[in-house]
Write a protein that binds this ligand. Structure first.
Ligand SMILES: *Cc1c(COP(=O)(O)O)cnc(C)c1O
Length: 453
């Protein structure tokens, strides 16, 4: 029999519930707290900013399964299920005995997993009578996904895009405008937060932190406008579990179960999406799968950050979140994986990391592009620079298997394609990219600033 390459679910087999790992966590995440009163925030507090149903999901530590609304499932079917693929060609190039699988979340028209949460967030916003949504975007994938989801539910959408990535990836702004969104480079002069940042540093190239500050400000000063977030928060990770739940069924079709699950890490949504459904079998059924989150070594919050309460944004407009963080004032280097330039890790993932249920690895920029090039040349898909981190971590594990002769089953999430990121590949091919290092002193100095506030 010839070897099966792809495992595909019929539409009728797409899961109809998301998995809420909070119900099964040995230690529940600590609550978000109010920056001034330090009191835990409830649904009503958060619902000023976010759609209410998302806030309910955010704080739900009881219900293991959450129904996906029928109207959301219908939109999921525009592009789901996504394929699970056995990377035979990559395995062969590496000469590894490992079995490498990837879940291909790049096959939707927006090109990344972000749409899995954009659709339900806009659906809930619309249900609640919201007319406008706003957000920040780094590399532009979240902004693109939200612009599309807003359009299908008839919402107006304003996106603050990190200035540096607007220059690195100009076509993402074009995609957002095509779907009818208004796009501003952040820091901008259109908000108080943006003006303050530019006054202090006129050459500020922006970060997810600056863009979040601006979007939150717009949401809280515009009637009927809700802020949406593409990562970090618990409800975003919840929506993304559709990835891992599909993958679980598909791995079963392949007759295997992963020894290692890997994803790249910005705020944790695609990692949580693929990892949590498998992690439930570690928590509940005694499985021993290893979970690896791959972050840039220039933004190493998982491996070198501190677990503490910190703001989710640069200006300090968000609630305080319990997270592994480099400090909300951390200015990441201008690496091309724009979606991974974020100072903190989501609350659930931070708690799981603290409890030793997963680990982080740091990857230098050049290694990520080398991995992406090899993947493109073997499997024929040009991965997003973010996803290259997952591929690089996978290659490290596959090489270890080559040394030990172990036939481990490795599953990684291909969070997006890189077809809008070709200027980054051009720079790599020309030899213009570099690695960046962050010293312990830089991190310590940054965290010390937080204690002064
Ligand atoms: C946004 C993004 C990421 C990082 O975000 P997470 O929430 O950590 O998943 C990774 N890959 C791609 C393609 C992205 O668009």
């Amino acid at each position: 029999m010839s070897k099966q390459k792809k495992f595909i679910l019929q539409e009728s087999e797409i899961p109809t519930q998301w998995y809420n790992i909070q119900a099964d966590m040995p230690t529940k995440p600590m609550p978000p707290i109010h920056p001034a009163t330090k009191q835990p925030l409830g649904v009503d507090d958060l619902a000023h900013i976010f759609p209410r149903e998302c806030c309910v999901q955010e704080l739900d530590t009881e219900h293991r399964w959450i129904d996906i609304p029928e109207e959301v499932l219908e939109k999921y079917k525009f592009y789901r299920s996504t394929p699970l693929v056995r990377a035979y060609a990559l395995e062969e190039a590496l000469g590894t005995p490992a079995h490498i699988y990837f879940k291909n979340e790049s096959t939707n028209p927006l090109g990344s997993h972000k749409i899995n949460s954009a659709i339900p967030q806009c659906y809930y916003a619309k249900q609640e009578g919201t007319t406008n949504v706003t957000t920040e975007t780094g590399a532009g994938q979240w902004g693109a996904a939200l612009s599309y989801a807003a359009k299908i539910y008839g919402l107006d959408c304003a996106v603050y895009q990190v200035k540096i990535t607007m220059q690195q990836k100009p076509y993402r702004s074009s995609i957002m405008r095509t779907f009818g969104a208004v796009v501003e480079g952040s820091p901008s002069m259109s908000t108080r937060a943006g003006k303050d940042i530019l006054t202090k540093d006129p050459t500020h190239s922006g970060s997810l932190g600056t863009a979040i500050s601006e979007a939150v400000e717009l949401a809280t000063t515009t009637p009927n406008c809700k802020y949406t977030l593409g990562s970090v928060l618990n409800h975003v990770g919840l929506h993304q579990t559709i990835i891992g739940l599909e993958a679980e069924k598909q791995m079963e079709m392949a007759g295997e179960y992963p020894d290692i699950v890997i994803a790249c890490f910005g705020g944790g949504s695609n990692f949580g999406g693929i990892a949590f459904p498998f992690m439930r079998h570690n928590l509940c059924d005694g499985k021993k799968t290893e979970f690896i989150a791959a972050e840039p070594d220039s933004c190493p919050k998982l491996t070198r950050g501190q677990f503490r309460y910190d703001f989710g944004d640069e200006a300090g407009y968000t609630p305080l979140l319990p997270m592994f963080t480099l400090g909300h004032n951390f200015k990441p280097s201008n690496i091309h994986a724009g979606g991974l330039r974020y100072h903190g890790a989501g609350m659930i993932v931070s708690q799981l990391l603290k409890d030793g249920l997963m680990r982080g690895v740091d990857i230098p920029q050049l290694e990520t592009f080398e991995a992406g090039m090899l993947f493109a040349r073997t499997e024929g898909i040009i991965p997003a620079p973010e996803s290259c981190h997952a591929i690089a971590a996978t290659i490290r594990e596959a090489k270890k298997c080559k040394e030990t002769g172990e036939e481990k089953v490795i599953l990684f999430n291909l969070s997006g394609h890189g077809l809008i990121d070709m200027p980054s590949y051009d720079s790599f091919i020309k030899g213009d990219l570099q690695n960046y290092t962050v010293t312990d002193e830089m991190i310590a100095a940054n965290l010390a600033e937080l204690d002064k506030q």
